[in-house]
Design a protein around this ligand. Structure first.
Ligand code: SF4
Ligand code: SF4
Length: 182
């Protein structure tokens, strides 16, 4: 990821943008999702957030900043990329707000603006192109700390797409269409 200012610095330099709120609400409506404006800051999302434990992601704070119009600042911080997509925030929200999907929309805005995709996501895309999964295959350890790969466990080899170039082209076309490009 490119060097990014801390979110506090970004907020100190910024003004809220109501046009971003309207644009976000419009995109969420198309997806059948509620506006962050109805979030009443109960923090139930954050109390169950998987990324909160390790990465200190606070989805309720993201919703508060979004509601207040500091959307570009959220996009330009690293915070949206720490969400692991477990969807607990959506399940727990009494207002049927979906912080996870708000962050997906903002990730799309980030990428559509031409900024570089963070390295871990590039690895994920590369894995999808080569083996069809987000993660590459890994060895596992048994109770005696011995490593085993799929072959030694009698599992079949994972076969990726037959034509990786064609698959990559389709994937990239789908991404461009989703982002509203040419
Ligand atoms: S659970 Fe819902 S209403 Fe409560 S803070 Fe999170 S997004 Fe807002
Ligand atoms: S989907 Fe993201 S924001 Fe929501 S609870 Fe999981 S890690 Fe947290």
């Amino acid at each position: 990821m490119t060097e990014i200012s801390s979110i506090t610095d970004l907020f100190n330099m910024s003004k809220p943008e109501s046009s971003d709120i309207r644009r976000l609400e419009g995109e969420l409506k198309v997806l059948g999702l509620s506006s962050p404006n109805i979030c009443f800051q109960c923090s139930k999302c954050t109390s169950g957030c998987e990324a909160m434990k390790l990465l200190e992601l606070q989805p309720h704070s993201v919703m508060a900043s979004t509601k207040a119009g500091f959307i570009q600042e959220i996009i330009d911080s690293e915070v949206i990329w720490t969400c692991v997509g477990c969807y607990k925030c959506k399940e727990r929200c009494p207002q049927e707000v979906s912080p996870v999907e708000v962050m997906y929309v903002l990730k799309n805005w980030y990428v559509a603006s031409g900024k570089p995709i963070p390295g871990d996501y590039q690895n994920m895309l590369q894995n999808m192109i080569t083996n069809g999964f987000m993660q590459g295959t890994m060895e596992v350890l048994d109770t005696e700390n011995r490593a085993h790969d799929r072959g030694s466990l009698g599992l079949p080899e994972i076969k990726g797409p037959k034509d990786t170039a064609k698959f990559a082209m389709i994937l990239s076309r789908m991404a461009v269409e989703r982002l509203g490009g040419e």
